[in-house]
Design a protein around this ligand. Sequence first.
Ligand code: MG
Length: 389
Amino acid sequence: MTASHDNGTLAPYAALDDQTRGRRYPEPPPQYRTEYQRDRDRIVHSNAFRRLVYKTQVFVNHEGDLYRTRLTHSMEVAQIARSIARALRLNEALTEAICLAHDLGHTPFGHAGQEALNECMREYGGFEHNLQSLRVVDELEERYADFAGLNLTYECREGILKHCSAANARTLGDVGQRFLARQQPGLEAQLANLADEIAYNNHDVDDGLRAGLLTLEQLREVPLVRTQIEAVQAKYPGLQERRLIHETVRRMINHLVVDVVQHSSQRIAAARPAHIDDVRAQSGLLIAMSEPVQAQHLQLKAFLRDNLYRHYRVQRMTLKARGVVRALFEVFMSDVRLMPDDYQSAARLLESQNGLAGRARAVADYVAGMTDRYAILEHERMFVPGERS
Ligand code: MG
């Protein structure tokens, strides 16, 4: 018997293991795991997953050991989403798999890197990290004898592809369909997406304070934060600042998580889905914050944009990062023989199929796969005379 599963304890509209739409290449079921546990395990064992440890969230990886990287960010997203998944009787293993995979396609240097690479790729179909995450699990990982990629379930791939243009959707087969048919993804995918926002808004407050780019005084402007700071100070007058920050952030996360559980339960009860396909057919999302909490959350997001992401020290780093990514893309595009052998072969193959756009895609795959420190090192090797080779 296979490990079949926690279906008895899950809601009927959760992603149920025996109702999966399956994998691109059929495989026998796993012996002691569910299909979605196998997805999660394949993600954890992938090369792209290990690279997340050296990729920037907001702060460049080598700026300090305590800042979030994409790996710890992904783990925080998974942890938040799993708590909510259990409370709503959704598939926890699938939720975790989607969360751990959601940033696999991210370039070095966070959004700065993604924007720079997208500009470089403008004439060749663009670059979008979300689409790249799908490309990593579908095409780029080389781990199995029988197929390229990780051969994940449809539901996991559906969750990884959060958004997508109509033009791209047409080229993506089954997972692209919902963007053309204007359908929703399953609840586990909706949850992973929301947990991503909850995680980064809250940990960016923590990292921003640690870096000295934000102050608690400033953060009192934001109602979501002020409410929690005041609650902590009322209960623990004179609490040392480090503990005050942690108490505040953990209470903010809890406040949002509780709201998502309660509000989503109401929406699900009103929509009465009997099956994951009923969830997909809804006109809107069922996993959501209540309106007042959503408004507070958006205020925090706007605050972080104005005060953290646009802080001159973050902008300075952004500028350097863009320069590194652009220079690397251009030099490899001009001569693919400057890339390691595997990437040269990929570039020749893709160019034979799709001309310059094919070559550009292979170069983008190489650059996107780099960690922050690898990109900096490769940039030195290419452009600084006398440096390491
Ligand atoms: Mg993320």
